[in-house]
Design a protein around this ligand. Sequence first.
Ligand code: UDP
Ligand code: MG
Length: 312
Amino acid sequence: MSLLSVIVPSYNEEAAIPIFYDAMQKVGKDFADRFPEVEFEYVFVDDGSSDRTIDVIKDLRAGDARVHYISLSRNFGKEAAIYAGFSKAAGDYVVCMDADLQDPPELLPEMYDAVTAEGYDSAATRRVTRKGEPKIRSLLARCFYRLMNRISDVEFVDGARDYRIMTRKMVNAILELGENNRFTKGIYGWVGFKTKWIEYENVERVAGETKWSFFGLMGYSLEAILGFSTAPLSFVIALGFIVTAFAFLLIIFVVIRTLLFGDPTNGWPSMICIVVFFAGTQLMCTGIVGAYLGKTYLETKNRPIFIAREEE
Ligand code: UDP
Ligand code: MG
């Protein structure tokens, strides 16, 4: 027998969870035919929902002992919820799925096949289209992936989802990364392992609403950059060198001009431009360094990634 743990981070998903569970039951039947050795386990992570999500999960558990849950003491965010799910999952294989059916359960048999018969450690999914999503969001996402691949050693796959099946070995590796600043897609990439990519067309969520606001996504991108690249710090150093070299040339120019032509005391506008320009660059650079320092500060506190209120 082999146990497959399905992790479902859920934040205010009272409407979506029953639909998700029904869809999974159907897939479970396909599984039973194709892979009779597989047993399922569900780990719902209630990420501090303010609606009836936890009651809905408990109802499911009353009728199905394979349903487990862990309810967090507040909203810790999807990344922390996934970690909570991983730490609770007992499966030989673990898959992480959104509650809103945007991660098509029909792909699951193919994914399972990849990590068992085909010898991969993980099978990951990526959306090749972003239909149903605001144009500007797709554009920014594309720019973000291009940037990340340039400035980070870890591979970032455009359209990659958190929907991924993994062997126990890979899950244990992920659990060892105990950082608080968790950008799961980057963490998946960082731990490595042989991954098969499965592509599919974007699906819109079945019920409820997306939890992402524009600024939420901006913050998420910033987390990724701070968590997986120190390129901005190198940028600060490079900028420092360039500006210093420029200042040096400027000094030579001013000294020679004064020696040749005396000091005609004008040049106030250019002086102001220079002062403002340098004040700006310095603030920006201090800010970049500060962003890393802030992250370091939070990490050194070594706080737990999540706190469970109840679990079963
Ligand atoms: N989610 C979560 N905690 C949060 C935000 C989201 O556990 O703070 C869950 C949410 O319930 C869903 C998944 O993460 O199962 C993806 O969220 P959503 O559908 O809002 O994101 P999108 O698909 O729009 O990227
Ligand atoms: Mg979604």
